[in-house]
Design a protein around this ligand. Structure first.
Ligand SMILES: Cc1cc2nc3c(=O)[nH]c(=O)nc-3n(C[C@H](O)[C@H](O)[C@H](O)COP(=O)(O)OP(=O)(O)OC[C@H]3O[C@@H](n4cnc5c(N)ncnc54)[C@H](O)[C@@H]3O)c2cc1C
Length: 435
């Protein structure tokens, strides 16, 4: 860090990742942070969002959990938390009741905009520069300059943080060889009043995944009298032109994918007249998400996981936290931004690698069950795949405590591991205590 001069930082994107980055970086001294978003106004499209244990803990760390608390419920052991069912027969495959563990956060699945609003409550609106759609970046010795669609520029910056989501322009600039591809799947999502489905027999009381061989439907009563329906369906795209994100589609486009489902689901899906379609894109894992010592990617920009694990917001928060801690540590030590973002990369890469492994395992399970059940009944296939998938414990994803990971890294450094100079131990100790 050059002589305690103000470090100029640009955040591109004011989604959950960009906003959390702003909140974490704001705690550092000697930084000047600018945040840009291409949208004319910040508004979330979509439906509900699940706040898992790690998401919730992080919202507390960000100081905005109380903004969401009112929409969450304390666990009630008599109430169903989540079920998995065979979508064709309705047969129950697994059921979990709500937890009353005081250490586990309130059960919460809320409308997406409420998460956005909670984060926005901690970021003064005048800080966010809207209608600034990034189209290019330019690097010079002085730093990185952002070029926007309106032909204005900003910069140069010492550090640019790409929080610009799955179609990240920052990623395309830093890693031009990385390509997104359509997964041949779409998600259809909608929120409707609970009263519109209340008459349908066998409506589950908690979250429920209804599975068939090629599709699934998720139903969930939300916090405020709304009912959430989220589905996935395979839609091939031989022309390679499929693009949609929150695009309104008529009922007729949706219901045809789910005719084999049990009556409860067919009746539920018949209620909304319009749906929102999201074509799901993914891309290969980037082994490093930093570029040239002054650009770092976070959240969906870094790892386009297309909603797998239902925890993408938490992953973005965790990225933001580690990046801010690493830059803060570099400021304390008087080392470079480049070393800070390198450290960020080293801490986060193993976590993402483990997540991608889980996805590979799911694919392997599907192949294995397909081999065993070849020619057998589809119902058996579905039930064994769900049971095997549930047997693989993925709770570590939601139990992950990024502050602990960071503290442990500091402790290791203090013990003289990682080849770091032990003379910095007092500084690191101070940071560890603050963290
Ligand atoms: C179907 C589906 C279901 C999901 N369910 C869940 C769930 O239950 N729980 C959960 O935690 N996560 C869920 N996710 C994942 C979650 O939505 C994302 O991981 C999370 O929103 C990522 O946040 P982000 O800030 O990285 O990106 P985004 O939320 O995409 O935000 C990116 C921001 O950058 C801006 N931007 C984009 N391009 C530019 C540009 N060129 N210039 C300037 N600004 C730009 C956008 O306007 C936007 O504000 C789901 C995702 C999908 C697809």
């Amino acid at each position: 860090m050059p002589d305690k001069k103000q470090l100029k930082i640009a955040i591109v994107g004011a989604g959950p990742g960009g906003l959390a980055t702003w909140i974490h970086f704001r705690k550092l001294s000697d930084v000047e942070i600018s945040i840009f978003d291409g949208a004319r106004e910040l508004r979330e499209i979509g439906a509900g969002i699940g706040l898992n244990e790690n998401t919730w803990r992080h919202l507390q760390l960000l100081g905005v959990a109380e903004k969401i608390d009112q929409f969450t419920n304390r666990g009630d052991p008599t109430k169903i938390d989540v079920e998995n069912r065979n979508g064709v027969t309705g047969k129950l495959i697994s059921r979990r009741y709500q937890s009353t563990d005081p250490n586990i956060p309130a059960r919460s699945r809320i409308e997406r905009y409420k998460l956005q609003n909670a984060l926005l409550s901690a970021v003064p609106r005048e800080q966010i520069r809207l209608s600034k759609k990034l189209v290019d970046l330019k690097e010079t010795a002085a730093g990185v300059t952002l070029v926007f669609k309106d032909e204005t520029t900003a910069g140069p910056f010492d550090l640019v943080i790409g929080a610009d989501g799955i179609r990240s322009v920052v990623r395309s600039y830093a890693f031009p060889e990385h390509r997104l591809s359509y997964t041949d799947k779409v998600a259809y999502r909608i929120l409707i009043p609970q009263e519109n489905v209340a008459h349908i027999p066998d409506i589950p009381q908690g979250s429920c995944f209804w599975h068939t061989k090629n599709t699934h439907v998720y139903t969930n009563p939300l916090d405020n009298g709304l009912f959430e329906i989220a589905t996935r369906a395979p839609i091939p795209d031989p022309d390679g032109t499929k693009v949609s994100w929150g695009t309104e589609v008529p009922k007729e486009d949706v219901v045809g994918h789910y005719t084999e489902y049990c009556e409860t689901i067919r009746k539920i899906l018949d209620v909304p007249n319009k749906w929102l379609e999201f074509a799901l894109f993914g891309g290969p894992r980037l082994h490093s998400v930093v570029h040239n010592g002054r650009i770092a990617l976070i959240g969906d920009a870094s790892h386009p996981l297309h909603g797998a694990f239902g925890a993408g917001a938490a992953f973005a928060f965790e990225d933001a936290y580690v990046l801010a801690q690493a830059v803060g540590e570099a400021q304390q030590k008087g080392t470079s931004v480049a070393s800070a973002i390198q450290l960020y990369d080293e801490i986060r890469a193993p976590h993402y690698e483990a997540l991608y492994h889980v996805l590979d395992d799911y694919a392997d399970i599907a192949k294995e069950v397909e081999a065993v059940n070849h020619g057998k009944d589809d119902n058996e296939f579905v039930e064994s795949i769900v049971q095997k998938g549930l047997a693989g414990n993925t709770q570590w994803i939601y139990k992950y405590d990024v502050t602990k990971v960071w503290r442990e890294r500091l402790e290791e450094a203090i013990k003289g591991k990682n080849g770091l100079d032990s003379s910095i131990a007092p500084v690191l100790n101070a940071i560890a205590t603050a963290a």
